[in-house]
Design a protein around this ligand. Structure first.
Ligand code: GMT
Length: 377
């Protein structure tokens, strides 16, 4: 039997899917008996209450007046090394290459070869930052120096080989959801706060960055609403939020579109929806689509990046070319008007979330990688 491991996890604790995946993975590993140490600048927002086997180490960044920019990266590298030594960690599993993979590389230099580093690439750390001349060579070095590298979709894996000319094997490990979190049936009282029983609810959840094409979300909704009485719920915030609010006003849809801002209990909000809209320009995986599938909510989205590896066109969702809002709206109307088709999609998505993206099997894949790098396989 393999021994239990001591694992340090670094991630963005408050930002998007990579932090969610890292936190959920840490929770699952701790449930299996591993000792998990989160090393982040604040408590990961999905960590919630106290968990056995989970420890939290806060990265404190110096604000000494000489610094024009607070040296977060250096403080993180130093803390990773400190915790690794003090807790005798077997490995660091860092999520998102910049700066985490680079910090882990530095920590390893300080601690010694026996500290292994596993880096998980999540998306824009490669698809955007990998093209940035100010970071590219550093990202490439950190990938090559990691003991193992994983990508959350085949699309991202291929793009990493391509963009950074990587000659090291990258493991494909899909994101996952814990289905237990998505089993609660929709709360009828909450739903009634947004829509009449005969009306439909469409949902979009993101960080409102240009890559999410928020204006497309509203265009799709406007076209759907003309044919099927419905409401649109937005969860999240980010740079394009103000633009979205204006567009909704201009289209006279203010009483139909609800901006909820950041929400902690996403499973509860997803459970209210009939459809998820994800028309992104680029998406390495699309964790929110998987969360929706787990809750039985079909996705209408774009064929961008890794989305087709998650949502199966015509089986548990519908996908169209990026920017083809009319086609996406037509698909949405088709699904909303056909309860049998909607139920088939809903069931197929739930099954797929529990099979291909099952937490148990993904966590085992990560464990196999850990044992491979620490030399116990
Ligand atoms: O890269 C980003 O945009 C941020 C990152 C995040 O932390 O949410 O998102 C990426 O990682 C997620 C988790 O693996 C994926 O589900 C998202 O598709 C991916 N975002 C993009 O590729 C734009």
């Amino acid at each position: 039997m393999n021994p239990m491991l001591k694992i340090g996890i670094a991630c963005y604790p408050t930002l998007g899917g990579s932090g969610v995946v890292a936190t959920e993975l840490g929770k699952m590993l701790a449930e299996k008996g591993h000792e998990v140490h989160f090393i982040t600048d604040r408590m990961p927002f999905r960590l919630g209450q106290f968990h056995t086997n989970i420890f939290y180490h806060e990265v404190e960044v110096s604000d000494y007046y000489v610094f024009r920019y607070p040296p977060y990266d250096l403080a993180l590298a130093n803390k990773l090394a400190q915790v690794a030594k003090q807790e005798q960690l077997d490995l660091l599993h860092v999520h998102y290459a910049v700066p985490h993979a680079i910090c882990a590389y530095l920590a390893k230099q300080m601690v010694g070869e026996h500290l292994k580093v596993v880096t998980t690439l999540h998306g824009t750390d490669i698809t955007i930052l990998g093209h940035d001349p100010s970071l590219r060579d550093l990202i490439r070095m950190a990938i090559h120096e990691s003991d193992a590298v994983t990508a959350v979709s085949r699309d991202l894996m291929l793009e990493t080989y391509d963009v950074l000319a990587i000659d090291k094997e990258i493991d494909l490990v899909y994101n996952f959801v814990d289905p237990r979190d998505y089993m609660t049936p929709a709360n009828p009282q909450l739903r009634a706060g947004f829509a009449q029983p005969q009306e439909k609810i469409l949902l979009h959840m993101s960080n409102f960055r240009p890559v999410k094409r928020i204006t497309d979300v509203i265009d799709i909704f406007a076209a759907v609403h003309r044919q099927v009485p419905s409401h649109l719920i937005f969860v999240g915030e980010g740079p394009d939020l103000a633009k979205a609010v204006n567009q909704v006003k201009e289209l006279g849809l203010t009483n139909r579109v609800h901006f909820l801002g950041k929400q902690n209990n996403v499973a509860e909000v997803i459970g209210l929806a009939d459809l998820l809209l994800l028309p992104s320009e680029k998406e390495s995986f699309g964790l929110v689509a998987l969360e929706a599938m787990a809750a039985g909510v079909p996705t209408i989205g774009s064929e961008a990046g890794g989305i087709p590896e998650v949502v199966r066109h015509g089986i548990d969702g519908f996908l169209a070319s990026v920017g083809d809002t009319q086609q996406m709206a037509a698909y949405a109307v088709q699904l909303l008007r056909d309860p049998q088709l909607w139920s088939d999609f809903s069931r197929a998505g739930m099954q797929q979330a529990r099979m291909k993206f099952s937490a148990a099997s993904v966590v085992e894949q990560y464990e196999d990688i850990y044992y491979r790098v620490v030399g116990n396989s």
